[in-house]
Design a protein around this ligand. Structure first.
Ligand SMILES: O=P(O)(O)OC[C@H]1O[C@](O)(COP(=O)(O)O)[C@@H](O)[C@@H]1O
Ligand SMILES: [Mg+2]
Ligand SMILES: [Mg+2]
Length: 337
């Protein structure tokens, strides 16, 4: 079978009118930057990229060297492209506009440059997540407020998983597609077109150590899963947790399943653990385009109106039937209280 590179795939999509030239160029530049992140990640101690950077990010989290390196690679690669008005990153307090001297475009790029950074030092999978929005017309300077668009406004979203294989998973609203980096030729090659998530599953992903901090509907739902074939669900469930959202979501896009990061008493004050703009929205877009569902326990993530650049929310995503059930439990709890 003839292989199709990412560039050929994007050209084909442009011919079908699914995306414009500037957006396809932007996706290509992000993919190229991620190849550099893959090289840095793969070097580990040889490249002096392991361990802490000795700094904290805007959210008070300790930055790893690779968090900082990946952020710089993405910023630098995109500065010259001519397809962007500004970038926002989980690692930066404020958006970074494209400098005046550089060519500017009509898009806003948001990213989590390195997701699952606690995995770096132990050589377990990490990833990059990105989301693309249209920059509103007629503004003289891009501010944080211009990024506060609901997920349904995303033009494209994707992630790159740095695992045994480096994979790019992408959507621009016409299905979710997977590309594998062929390291010998240096290109991303289409390996799965139109990924589908099965509606049912018997596999869930959650950090069980937080169980005693969850709210009652979450405790009830997981308790029923754990009762397995002897409980109300009448079947046994398996559990997995990689502690890198990219890897956990990729498993769901490969063999189905669900991923949960609910509200708990530890993350309640900040609204949840995962970031709406850099993690939840792009993953929700990819999952919905593959036939799955994504909610915050009450409503569709992609319809939430963001209120802050670094806003966090609870996340429930994956196989449709389970997401509908866990969301129903949360909604029932809200109406009864
Ligand atoms: O360590 P915990 O609480 O299980 O959380 C794991 C979650 O935190 C994250 O690592 C957050 O991502 P960052 O590494 O980008 O901060 C998610 O990828 C993952 O799902
Ligand atoms: Mg992350
Ligand atoms: Mg991160």
């Amino acid at each position: 079978m003839k292989s199709i590179s990412l560039i050929q795939f994007l050209i084909e999509a442009r011919r079908k009118g699914q995306l414009n030239a500037e957006l396809s160029l932007l996706i290509e530049v992000v993919a190229r930057a991620c190849k550099r992140i893959a090289v840095a990640t793969g070097k580990g101690a040889l490249g002096d990229v392991l361990g802490g950077a000795g700094t904290d990010n805007v959210q008070g989290e300790h930055q790893k060297k690779l968090d900082v390196i990946s952020n710089e690679i993405l910023l630098e690669a995109n500065a010259w492209g001519g397809h962007l008005a500004a970038c926002a990153s989980e690692e930066m307090e404020d958006p970074q506009p494209i400098p005046d001297a550089y060519p500017k475009g009509h898009h806003l790029l948001l990213f989590d440059p390195l997701d699952g950074s606690s995995n770096i030092d132990i050589n377990v999978s990490v990833g990059t997540i990105f989301s693309v929005l249209r920059c509103p017309d007629g503004i003289s300077q891009v501010d944080a407020e211009h990024f506060l668009q609901p997920g349904v406004e995303q033009l494209a979203a994707g992630y790159v998983l740095y695992g045994p294989r480096t994979l790019l998973v992408l959507t621009f609203g016409h299905g979710t597609h997977e590309f594998t980096l062929d390291r010998e030729i240096g290109s991303f090659i289409l390996t799965r077109r139109d990924i589908r998530i099965p509606e049912e599953t018997a596999e869930f992903a959650i950090n069980m150590s937080n169980q005693r901090h969850w709210q009652p509907p979450m405790k009830r739902y997981i308790h029923e899963l754990l009762e397995g074939s002897e409980g109300p669900r009448g079947k046994d469930f398996n559990m997995r947790w990689v502690a890198a959202m990219v890897a956990d979501v990729h498993r769901i896009l490969t063999r189905g399943g669900v991923f949960y990061y609910p509200l708990d008493t530890k993350n309640q004050a900040q609204g949840g653990k995962l970031r709406l703009l850099y993690e939840a929205n792009p993953m929700a877009f990819l999952v919905e385009q593959a036939g799955g569902a994504a909610t915050d326990g009450h409503q569709r993530i992609m319809e939430l109106q963001p209120t802050g650049l670094h806003q966090r929310i609870p996340v429930f995503l994956g196989s449709r039937e389970e997401i509908e059930l866990v969301t129903r439990y949360h909604q029932q709890d809200q109406t009864s209280s």
